[in-house]
Design a protein around this ligand. Structure first.
Ligand code: ZN
Length: 344
């Protein structure tokens, strides 16, 4: 089968690899119907050392169940399923607490142990707990929105939940990538009255506004923080959705959150420590977040998608087959595409 492999920074190849197959009795093999390229895939695309590859890529998909292991109980061949970016058994203590990304028998897709979703097929461990069956649909826009439940919509929602977005409050979203844009949807959905998008790409900002952003801040660094304070009567925002993960973005987050507020981090951190421990203490600021337990959020978000109240699938502005995946990485890295869908 064909699959995308990262060999090193800037070196993404589509190659023939052995077909995905069952290993454990709790596995399923799915045929990938839709996958995508994630903003987090751009970190290795820019930084990976040649010796660390080749690494199978891709952790978001909608698939069709092709084979099931003998212990799989809830799925059958032909089921259409959403595949969250982490696998989980759905039965352990953490899964019961809704923190599927800490599952005692869980792990992440997009690595040599499990394989990746930017491929024609994929082995899914803990299939019963991981895969979420949906009704098949021929509606492409709806399919695109359902695909975001495997990562970006659930991740934007997680940022909003951790940042304690609430009705009538002010929120700021740092980052205008697909997760940030879904963060705007999530903040609006949870009732934020003011939603400030921080970014500087015209196409993304236009989309953010159509998702419910009320203000745009395109400055950087201290100038950005000053602008947010101006927009909030000098107070700062109650909630910051930090969807980037750089040192500059966490500094900005702490520069714009008001006393008693919260920062929800979902951008994979590429910094050593969180700055400003002392001012954070005296201002009663909470910093939380991590990999989003998107499996646990599907039940809550799915009805809003099916009934058309939210349309996160609009973050996809480009589509390619498996052979076009390297060009898709380049387009996202050059900010020429917001998010690329893959149809293997
Ligand atoms: Zn578990």
């Amino acid at each position: 089968m064909r699959a995308a492999l990262m060999y090193g920074a800037g070196d993404l190849r589509v190659e023939d690899v052995p077909d995905a197959r069952l290993v454990e009795p709790t596995d399923a093999v799915i045929r990938i119907k839709r996958a995508c390229i994630c903003g987090s895939d751009l970190w290795p695309y820019n930084l990976m050392k040649p010796g660390d590859g080749p690494r199978p890529m891709g952790h978001e998909s909608i698939g069709v169940v092709e084979e099931i292991g003998r212990d799989v109980r809830t799925l059958k061949r032909g089921d259409v399923v959403i595949m969250p970016f982490a696998f989980s058994d759905g039965t352990c203590a953490f899964c019961h607490e809704g923190l599927h990304t800490s599952c005692l028998h869980g792990g992440f897709f997009g690595n040599s142990e499990v394989g990746g979703a930017q491929a024609e097929a994929l082995r899914v461990p803990q299939a019963d707990g991981t895969l979420f069956p949906i009704t098949t649909t021929a509606d492409e826009a709806l399919l695109a929105s359902l695909l975001t439940l495997s990562d970006v919509m659930g991740t934007g929602h997680h940022a909003a939940v951790v940042a304690r977005v609430a009705r009538g409050k002010a929120a700021a979203v740092i980052g205008d990538g697909a997760v940030g844009l879904c963060g705007v949807i999530a903040a609006k959905r949870l009732g934020a009255e003011q939603i400030i998008i921080m970014g500087r790409h015209a196409d993304r900002i236009a989309l953010a506004k159509s998702f419910g952003a009320t203000d745009v801040v395109s400055e950087r660094g201290e100038a950005a923080a000053e602008r947010v304070r101006e927009l909030t009567g000098g107070m700062g925002v109650h909630s910051v959705l930090e969807c980037v993960g750089t040192e500059a973005s966490i500094e900005t987050a702490l520069g714009i959150v008001r006393d008693g507020g919260a920062v929800g981090r979902v951008g994979v951190p590429h910094y050593e420590g969180i700055p400003s421990a002392k001012p954070m203490f005296y201002s009663n600021i909470t910093v939380g977040g991590g990999p989003a337990p998107v499996r646990g959020y599907i039940d809550e978000l799915l009805p809003d998608i099916l009934e058309g109240r939210i349309q996160p699938g609009r973050v996809f502005d480009s589509i390619t087959d498996i052979e076009g995946v390297p060009a898709g990485y380049k387009a996202m890295n050059d900010r020429k595409a917001i998010k690329v869908m893959v149809t293997p």
